[in-house]
Ligand binder design. Sequence first.
Ligand code: ZN
Length: 314
Amino acid sequence: MENGVAVTVIEVGPRDGLQNLSFFVETENKAALIRKLAGSGIREIQIGSFVNPRAVPQFRDMEDLVSSLGDLRSVTMTCLVPNAAGARAALRAGMRKLVYFFSVSESHNLSNVRQGREESLKGLRSVLAETAGTADAEVTVALATVFGCPFEGYLPKDEVLGWVERVASLGVGEITLCDTVGWGNPRQVEEICSSCRELFPETVFAVHFHDTRGLGLANALKAFEVGIRRFDAALGGLGGCPFAPGASGNIATEDLVFMFDGMGVSTGIRLEALLDVTSYLREIVPGVVVTSALARAGLPRPRGPQARETRASR
Ligand code: ZN
């Protein structure tokens, strides 16, 4: 529990959603989006990546973006860092929660970050060394392809757990288990998340699901049932998968919050305000495909004279 909030929904749209766009979103629009997300009650936002701007031009303005948000104290802002140089740049810009990432499958890691997993683990050590001198800095790790790899298929659970163990043993306190390409299913989510929580009770686990094949929310619900309390999601369901062109992206923040809200599980996020942010997203990302079912259908509102409270569980 964080300040009476039963689950924490981490908005990753500004990073996972915008990174795939073919055009640049102006810094002031990104900043306004992040402020509006904060205004709806979201308390943790992944705002971008400190990567080579030639590789991902969308994030060439990270320093400016961070400095323009310097007064936004209500939100924990996180960013991806691929290496020690990225961590140094992020710290210099004022970021304090850095997310290092690699894949538990060798071939996806080679394809995504052009190095093997052992090299990535070395990279993690150098990121930890880079941040060690900054007292309030924190490094978390996002493990990609935990629930399936587009090259190798489903990895053996022991192999996944082996990488979780190696990361946790370096003193990383939080690990995000990612279904990068949307292959996961609830039974597998149950097995992997339960094992992680049993074997590594000191570690905080978060989950990151893509709705590529329609199981995103089912997976999130199963993760919640086995004790996971931190969930990545992207406004509008942004974040398509390069291995499944045209498919849905991340689970939509609106739909995840709607599910928890209806179940009486507090997120601290106000749905009406969140849907206003979706409208703003449509303004600043022309042609954006919003896959959120809630954004399309709207909040359920009884219309007849016998209208009752719509949240049955309260
Ligand atoms: Zn993702």
